[in-house]
Structures are given as structure tokens and as C-alpha cells.
Design a protein around this ligand. Structure first.
Ligand code: SAM
Length: 228
């Protein structure tokens, strides 16, 4: 049949390639029913992160921004039982809905995904201390998808908490906020988004790129960096 819009491409890809199982797909609807904002990753992007986790052979994934656990389930699926996801969420209601969604999808909490409640910038130093004390392993895949005010800080913590060479840092929404026509942005956000790319580019700890994306939702992009 004829395909002539990016929405139809997304739906064609969704039908034939993504294969979200119904227990996972329910996380979207159940989150919406529970009043969570509809800002989870798309199925195609969720699957990309899952494939990247599988490709990189990561064992310890750090996610900043759980929401209803939709992306956490993708990350956990990518681990294929090799390790676990540690996901940070500031909002207790989001955390509760996420745990319910994950359990419904057959993801064990906290064995497969541990959700830590608190503001990222409060929890990340604690994780650093635990890694230093040998109570926790360093991370080899970091997925940043929380508040824009701290994207650079989360990136920086991601590198600091990483196992080292070969670890991956993935930052969502790295393009939309940069645009003059971005849908959400006060000016500071645009400046932050523009600066994130500059600062990562000057960061000798990583090699990175940004890929712009289109999908049913909008035009956006992500930043991906590998620790040297
Ligand atoms: N990764 C999720 C997904 O794709 O299914 C979407 C995450 S949503 C874009 C951002 C989440 O980050 C929200 O649930 C929000 O409550 C949380 N958040 C916002 N500020 C935060 C902070 N300072 N620390 C931790 N989480 C935060």
C-alpha cells in the first residue's frame, strides 16, 4: 500500500519491525490512564536503545528519567539477562506506575530494573560513592532522558560513573530543544541544548555524534558518545 507521510512510515515500521509485546505496550496506555505525561520514547527509538544495549554488550545500564518505565523495559530487554538497569526518577507517582508497568511486562523489580527515587543530581553522587566503595559496579551504558536543565550535568556524571573505555552515553532530545522553532523551549533551554553539543565536542573523554531523527511525534535527535 502507498506510504506518503512520516506517520505512515512509523506505523509501517512499527507493525513489521518493532514487535512490542502487548504487556510492554500496555505501559504507554497505563501511564496515560494514571495521568503521566505522554513523553516516553517512541517504540522505534525504544527499540534502538535496546539494540544498542545488546550491541555494546552492556551489563550495567543507568537510566536518568524513568517516567512510566516504557524505556526501562526496552533497556532491560536489550540486556537479555546479562545485568540490570538502575533507573532514577524524582516523582514518586511516576516511580509507582513504572514499577507496576514493569512487573506487568515480566520485568523483575529490583532484580532487572531498580528504580531509585530522588533528584538525579542528589542520587548520582551517592552512586559514585557506592561504586568507589565497591558496593556497586560502574555503568557501561547511560541513557539520559530527564529534565533539560541538567543535561550536561547528567552527561558529565554518566562519563564519571562509567566503566571507562567503550562505555556509551545516550542523550535523548538533543535536537528539538536547540531549534528556534522547538515546541517547548524557553531561551535558556535552547542555549543549553546548543551548549551541550559544544561542550561534548570539547570533552576529550569521549567521541560523540548527534543524529537528527523524524518520526510520527516530531523532528528531534539524539546525542551518542563513547568513552575513550
Ligand atoms: N525515559 C522515559 C521513557 O521514555 O519512557 C521518559 C522520561 S520523561 C521524558 C522524564 C522523566 O524524568 C519524568 O518522569 C520526570 O519526572 C523525571 N525527572 C525530571 N526531573 C528529574 C530529576 N531532576 N531527577 C530525576 N528524574 C527527573
Amino acid at each position: 500500500s502507498k506510504i506518503d507521510s512520516r506517520c505512515e512510515v512509523e506505523s509501517h515500521v512499527g507493525t513489521h519491525l518493532i514487535h512490542v509485546d502487548p504487556t510492554h505496550d500496555r505501559a504507554y496506555e497505563n501511564s496515560r490512564k494514571n495521568g503521566l505525561p505522554t513523553i516516553a520514547v517512541s517504540p522505534a527509538q525504544g527499540k534502538l536503545t535496546s539494540l544498542l544495549v545488546a550491541l555494546s554488550g552492556a551489563r550495567n545500564v543507568l537510566e536518568i528519567g524513568t517516567l512510566g518505565g516504557y524505556s526501562s523495559i526496552w533497556l532491560a530487554r536489550g540486556l537479555q539477562g546479562r545485568g540490570k538497569v538502575t533507573s532514577l526518577e524524582v516523582n514518586p507517582h511516576h516511580r509507582d506506575v513504572a514499577i507496576e508497568n514493569m512487573r506487568h511486562a515480566g520485568v523483575k523489580v529490583p532484580e532487572d530494573v531498580e528504580v531509585l527515587l530522588g533528584a538525579g543530581l542528589d542520587v548520582l553522587p551517592k552512586l559514585a560513592q557506592e561504586i568507589k566503595d565497591g558496593k556497586r559496579e560502574a555503568f557501561d551504558f547511560v541513557f539520559v532522558d530527564a529534565d533539560w536543565d541538567n543535561q550536561w550535568n547528567y552527561f558529565d556524571w554518566g562519563v564519571k560513573l562509567s566503566r571507562g573505555a567503550g562505555s556509551t552515553i545516550y542523550v535523548d532530545n538533543a535536537v528539538l530543544e536547540m531549534l528556534e522553532s522547538g515546541i517547548v523551549g524557553p531561551e535558556k533551554r535552547r542555549d543549553d541544548a546548543v551548549d551541550l553539543v559544544k561542550m561534548v565536542g570539547e570533552d576529550s573523554r569521549v567521541e560523540a555524534t548527534v543524529l537528527q531523527t523524524v518520526g510520527a511525534k516530531s523532528f528531534d535527535g539524539f546525542l551518542i558518545a563513547v568513552v575513550k
